[in-house]
Write a protein that binds this ligand. Structure first.
Ligand code: CP
Ligand code: NVA
Length: 308
């Protein structure tokens, strides 16, 4: 069983499917107005965040509250991980007080170091390499709309970034064929890609990388995009804009996908850049369902890691 969740590849297909099933049950209970059992009574999740967050933070905090536990948010200003105190010492201290850590970090190695020195589960709440909680919510959203994941075609158009990496890995595991269209210099990381390709071969999934958005989107069941410059890359935004302009998800591009293709974005979005307002606010958009599903998958994830 998984002890930490640092990468979308940390779950086997059966573990990922079980987690999504649990999330669906929690979601159904939530929508039926039921009161979830206080399975996490007296338990605390530490949120160690080096970068801003709306969805990830609130989904974890609300999720803990709903399950009878609590979240303790620690920003860079509070603990200055790696400055005021070493990353291993932060892990050792938190392990004495709380039951699980969710960390949002600049360098992926920071979540790895935390997990090596913590005696409690560590969750990657976004790093420069991956955003595995997001990918879980995205797969749940896809499953709800398509009825199944295996054989579904997802086109990711834009930067080969953390969100793209986790989609490639979890897609490969769950049988979702992922095609990435990105500018030549913004391909997914070669190591992550190689890992995703190995998983794709294990689980009979297809992965393709192209520089041509139309080629990726043609016939797709879902079209996904993310910002062109991620947190920590803001200084590159102006230089990237003209490079990424041909990768904008707009009505013309969307026409090439299945007529009922889902429009997906992890948010926050920059309307008029990576996606037009018409498309993200249009009838095919499921971006706020993705956002809601963060709550359900993250509750399922914490329960799973704590064997509850
Ligand atoms: N999608 C996502 O992770 O949003 P936040 O950065 O607001 O947490
Ligand atoms: N790729 C984006 C995702 C934000 C949720 C970033 O890392 O800033």
């Amino acid at each position: 069983m998984v002890t930490h969740y640092l990468s979308a590849a940390d779950l086997s297909r059966s573990e990922a499917e079980a987690l999504l099933e649990r999330a669906q049950a929690l979601k159904a209970e939530w929508h039926n107005g039921g009161h979830p059992q206080p399975l996490l009574h007296g338990q605390t999740l530490a949120l160690v965040f080096e970068k801003p967050s709306l969805r990830t933070r609130v989904a974890f905090e609300a999720g803990m509250t709903q399950l009878g536990g609590t979240g303790s948010y620690l920003s860079a200003n509070d603990i200055d991980m790696g400055g005021r105190e070493s990353v291993p010492d932060v892990a050792r201290n938190l392990s004495r007080w709380v039951q699980v850590i969710a960390a949002r970090v600049f360098k992926h190695s920071t979540v790895e170091i935390l997990s090596e020195h913590a005696t409690i589960p560590v969750i990657n709440a976004l790093s420069d390499r991956e955003h595995p909680c997001q990918a879980l919510a995205d797969m749940l959203t896809l499953l709800e709309h398509r009825g199944q994941l295996q054989g579904t075609r997802l086109a990711y158009v834009g930067d080969g970034n953390n969100v793209c990496h986790s989609l490639l890995l979890l897609g490969a595991i769950l049988g979702v064929h992922v095609t990435v269209a990105c500018p030549p210099d913004y391909r997914p990381d070669p190591d992550v890609l190689a890992h995703a390709e190995r998983l794709a071969s294990t689980y009979a999934t297809e992965i393709r990388i192209t520089t041509v958005p139309a080629a990726a989107v043609e016939g797709a069941d879902a079209v996904y995009t993310d910002v062109w410059a991620s947190m920590g890359q803001e200084h590159e935004a102006a230089r990237r804009r003209p490079i990424f302009q041909p990768y904008q998800v707009n009505a013309e591009l969307l026409k090439l996908a299945q007529p009922d293709a889902l429009v997906m974005h992890c948010l926050p979005a920059h309307r008029g850049e990576e996606i037009t307002a018409q498309v993200i606010d249009g009838p095919q958009s499921v971006v706020f369902e993705q956002a809601e599903n963060r709550l359900h998958v993250q509750k399922a994830l914490v329960l799973t890691l704590l064997n509850c």
